[in-house]
Design a protein around this ligand. Structure first.
Ligand code: KIV
Length: 275
């Protein structure tokens, strides 16, 4: 007869330390975004390592053109819903545009609100060497920070396009330098977005903390996608780096069409669905 252990393997509770150890052990890190209770619950149930409450919610939940209008209150609202669902994954929350760039005081106040009011594991800040002092200060006072280099959507008005970043020798050298400086400042991981795969490989080899790639090739220590993109909900958004794992938009439309037809045709509700 099969013996059942009274102590089945417990799912791992992921911390910032866990992800650094994962890099050391050569274990890839799987990260996806979530903005609500149910998606976060299903991600956590299937063993995602990191859930990012990204400011991409400005695009995919709120319908803005860019992430710039997103506020700290918006991030806290969505992060609270995610937090209620998650038992094991590390939750990281984006610091939105102008919530940290203005001063160390603003960064401490806003990151402090996110940590205190939601109770998550870390915050993520977009930017390179120029935010190193802010990162250092947050880490020193006990707020873990994930960096974000390469394509940084909060800087879209500076660049004007969402094209691949760091394609010249000078830009590549600057990105490597930024990654080193952020590592020294105390980040526990760095998202590198939409840069050449060979450059991402180099960064991953140079820095001791994990790189989490999005459009940065296969050599990063982990990967992240916007959950609505990989589910096929954001149909018009089709960059090369988005692998569609489902076609949820079409599934939803089909269900909605059938519902409308059933209501109009008097087929719903049936007796079985009535009291
Ligand atoms: O806001 C976001 O979802 C992000 C990921 C794309 C990395 O920053």
């Amino acid at each position: 007869m099969k013996q059942h252990s009274p102590h089945p393997a417990k799912p791992r509770v992921v911390t910032t330390k866990t992800v650094i150890t994962m890099k050391r052990n050569g274990e890839k890190i799987a990260m996806l975004t979530a903005y609500d209770f149910l998606v976060a619950k299903y991600l956590d149930q299937v063993g995602i390592d990191i859930i990012l409450v990204g400011d991409s919610l400005g695009n995919v939940v709120q319908g803005y053109e860019t992430t710039l209008p997103v506020t700290v209150d918006d991030m806290i609202y969505h992060a609270k819903a995610v937090k209620r669902a998650v038992k094991n994954a590390l939750i990281v929350v984006d610091m939105p545009f102008m919530s940290f760039q203005t001063s160390i005081n603003d960064a401490v106040r806003n990151a402090g609100r996110i940590m205190k009011e939601v109770g998550v594991g870390a915050v993520k800040l977009e930017g390179g060497a120029y935010i190193a002092d802010i990162v250092k200060h947050l880490v020193n006072i006990g707020i873990p920070v994930m960096g974000h280099l390469g394509l940084t959507p909060q800087a879209i008005n500076k660049f004007g396009t969402y094209e691949v970043r760091a394609t010249t020798k000078e830009e590549a050298a600057r990105l490597i330098e930024d990654a080193k400086i952020l590592t020294e400042a105390g980040t526990f991981a760095i998202v590198i977005e939409k840069i050449p795969a060979e450059l991402a490989k180099k960064v991953t080899e140079i820095i001791p903390i994990p790189t989490i790639g999005i459009g940065a090739g296969p050599h990063c220590d982990g990967q992240v996608l916007v959950v609505y993109d990989m589910l096929g909900l954001t149909e018009e958004f089709k960059p090369r780096f988005v692998h569609r794992y489902s076609e949820v938009a079409e599934t939803m439309r089909a269900a909605f069409r059938t519902y409308i037809k059933d209501v109009k045709g008097g087929k719903f509700p049936t007796e079985k669905e009535s009291y």
